[in-house]
Design a binder for this molecule. Structure first.
Ligand code: 5AD
Ligand code: SF4
Length: 440
């Protein structure tokens, strides 16, 4: 039998790309490929790209340029671009970088094996359609190999919100939810393969509205409650959510469903009503704060995480101070913050920019505040007992590392535990990015 061909996938961007890369690797397994950790011995290289900010897209072109030598040494090497840059700039990529043999948009991954065959035949292959069929259903099964204890599962894709700065509604298309039964089957399959924690993914995951197994439409909370019944599945998470889609049943589930972890990523982007309006967010700072209050009433210890954009067109220092005030009020356990990046084709791209040095300064100040809050919350964990699911060995001999229910990384020295074990841990120290604890 011929040696299997080797596939190297490099993933950029969000967790949905991580999930997609896994599924593509599995699909290509059906076409005789095994994955490799380095591009050097690969027969096929796939860059699964992100288009959310300008830098993310530029990285792809510089990475592609670096494969020139490899391709010269190995003319049979096939190079593909997948993900959101592929969707947005497919033909442009082919023109700008002749090394690229195939370009596949996020909705066409199930066609990847055919495209690879076409590329092997010497032709260029491009597919950025939004076909009707469910790509996940068509992608080859996940196989039966054992899995790490924490897994992602995409339940919803696309977004109809059209925030004025964001390319997602264009690159990932309209909101589509997978039918509940398919999600449940996939979850059960993951659990059979050793998974104990599932993070449900979607660009707008709490807008999930999939067909129910017996007709009707299921909300994300319905899905969570059904997953709650799956023996062996111990932890459920979901990301990313929009404030306007936090329905009552989902808020209530945070208080009532013990498998649903007390962590919520709920981006607000800005604390200024003027900017929120221009961002087309359809909520105010006040409505966001009241929502957080309701969520905390349901689950007082929930850790809130967010996304922020600073330097959105025409943001003034006063608008920025509104954002800082909102952060002060919420107290975030985690946050991702970005300087506004113009995305061609989005409504905000037409508006006057904030001075770049000013935007950088705001980002610096915002991140300092978030870091302070994060550290205070971590510090408040010292002395408390948390539940940790162990995911890997640590760098030190005998050390094991896992995640608490609040998604903090926790390391335990001389821990007599296995990967996948969930154990009570008393936190004894907090450092920059993690907590240290002892088994209880
Ligand atoms: N510029 C900067 N940040 C952006 N995001 C999305 N679009 C842009 C942009 N054009 C950020 C938002 C979003 C996160 C995934 O990326 O904060 O929530
Ligand atoms: Fe982009 Fe807004 Fe949709 Fe999030 S909700 S994916 S930021 S358009």
């Amino acid at each position: 039998m011929a040696d299997p061909k080797k596939l190297f996938i490099k993933t950029y961007g969000c967790q949905m790309n991580v999930y997609d890369s896994e599924r593509m690797a599995e699909a290509m397994g059906g076409a005789g490929y095994v994955t490799t950790e380095t591009p050097d011995d690969a027969d096929m290289i796939l860059l699964n790209t992100c288009h959310i900010r300008e830098k993310a897209a530029e990285k792809v072109y510089s990475e592609l340029g670096r494969f020139k030598g490899l391709k010269a040494e190995k003319p049979d090497l096939k190079i593909g671009v997948a993900g959101c840059v592929a969707q947005a700039e497919g033909e442009e990529i082919m023109r700008r970088q002749p090394l690229v043999d195939l370009v596949v948009g996020p909705q066409a991954y199930h066609r990847l094996p055919e495209m690879e065959e076409k590329a092997r035949g010497g032709a260029k292959a491009l597919d950025t359609d939004f076909p009707e069929e469910d790509k996940f259903e068509k992608l080859k099964g996940r196989g039966k190999a054992k899995r790490a204890p924490a897994a992602f599962l995409t339940v919803q894709e696309g977004c109809d919100k059209f925030c004025a700065f964001c390319v997602v509604p264009y690159t990932r298309g309209a909101e589509v939810s997978r039918p509940a039964e398919r999600v449940l089957n996939e979850a059960r399959d993951l659990v059979e393969r050793g998974v104990r924690e599932i993070t449900l993914l979607g660009q707008n995951v709490n807008a999930y509205h999939g067909d129910g197994p017996k007709g009707g439409t299921w909300s994300l909370a319905d899905l969570i409650w059904e997953l709650d019944k799956v023996d062996g599945l111990e932890r459920i998470r979901f990301t990313t959510s929009h404030p306007n889609d936090m329905q009552d049943d989902l808020i209530a589930a945070h208080g009532e469903c013990s498998k649903l972890m007390p962590y919520l990523h709920l981006p607000v982007q800005s604390g200024s009503d003027k900017i929120l309006k221009r961002m087309n967010r359809s909520h105010t700072a006040e409505s966001y704060l009241r929502l957080i209050e309701r969520i905390r009433a349901a689950r007082p210890d929930i850790l809130i995480s967010g996304d922020f954009i600073v330097g959105f067109p025409e943001e003034t220092e006063e608008d920025f101070q509104d954002t800082m005030a909102l952060i002060e009020e919420v107290k975030y356990g985690q946050a991702f913050s970005f300087k506004y990046s113009t995305r061609p084709g989005t409504p905000a791209a037409e508006r006057p920019l904030v001075d770049d040095a000013e935007a950088s300064d705001r980002l610096y100040r915002l991140q300092a505040l978030i870091t302070q809050q994060q550290q205070e919350i971590q510090q408040s964990m010292v002395g408390r007992e948390v539940s940790v699911m162990f995911e890997r060995k640590g760098r030190l001999e005998g050390q094991m590392v896992g995640k608490s229910e609040y998604l903090h990384a926790v390391h335990v020295a001389n821990a007599d535990v296995n990967v996948g074990d969930i154990r009570a841990v008393r936190i004894v120290e907090s450092s920059a990015n993690s907590l240290g604890g002892v088994l209880v």
